[in-house]
Design a binder for this molecule. Structure first.
Ligand SMILES: CC(C)(COP(=O)(O)OP(=O)(O)OC[C@H]1O[C@@H](n2cnc3c(N)ncnc32)[C@H](O)[C@@H]1OP(=O)(O)O)[C@@H](O)C(=O)NCCC(=O)NCCS
Length: 166
């Protein structure tokens, strides 16, 4: 949950499927319309990457965005992700092209920030690797193992001065 001045304004997901095997995460973000374009999206992603790499020891992060999603693509580029090909997804029922982005731990380290604080991370580490949740109906993943691992969580606070308008 993204909170500004006590008001919820968006969400920033972090998902790691089979995290304990691959160490990879992907993220999704969303902000209410009137909070976009002020730099919050950038801060949200920086915060969740700090949680992933510093807090949970991730090896690599990825992000996808439709080619015309200038905000999300700009954030990935700014934060050191590298282009990692393309993919197709449906948007309002129509096929649309996605950019795929990949951020290695090395590239994140080079841009590592010192003004992001993680709280309650020990509790997350204890309850995650991380928590392997087995659905009632077992799912077969590509390596033939049963189950899925999903990371949700941790608290990551990013502090940068966000202008009222931009
Ligand atoms: C994607 C999203 C979270 C970005 O958040 P944001 O707060 O608007 O982004 P920022 O203000 O941090 O801007 C980040 C960069 O994108 C650029 N940008 C943002 N919106 C833009 C737009 N509509 N057109 C062109 N550039 C844009 C900014 O100039 C900035 O670039 P810079 O760092 O080089 O100056 C937000 O737009 C959103 O919620 N969109 C809908 C959901 C979505 O598309 N999620 C991503 C896919 S999961």
């Amino acid at each position: 949950m993204v909170v500004v001045d006590g008001h919820p304004v968006g969400m920033q997901d972090l998902i790691g499927v089979n995290f304990s095997t691959f160490g990879t995460v992907t993220s999704f973000s969303w902000l209410v319309d009137d909070q976009r374009g002020r730099g919050l999206g950038h801060e949200m992603r920086a915060a969740i990457l700090h949680l992933a790499f510093d807090g949970l020891g991730a090896k690599e992060a990825s992000s996808d965005a439709f080619v015309d999603n200038h905000g999300s693509n700009a954030i990935s580029r700014d934060l050191g992700y590298e282009p990692n090909g393309s993919d197709w997804a449906t948007r309002q029922g129509e096929p649309a092209l996605l950019n795929r982005w990949r951020l290695t731990r090395d590239n994140w380290e080079q841009r590592r920030r010192d003004n992001i604080r993680l709280d309650n991370i020990e509790a997350c580490r204890t309850s995650l690797p991380l928590v392997v949740t087995r659905s009632e109906r077992p799912q077969l993943d590509m390596s033939g193992q049963i189950g899925t691992a999903t990371l949700t969580s941790g608290w990551a606070y990013s502090s940068r001065s966000i202008p009222a308008t931009r």
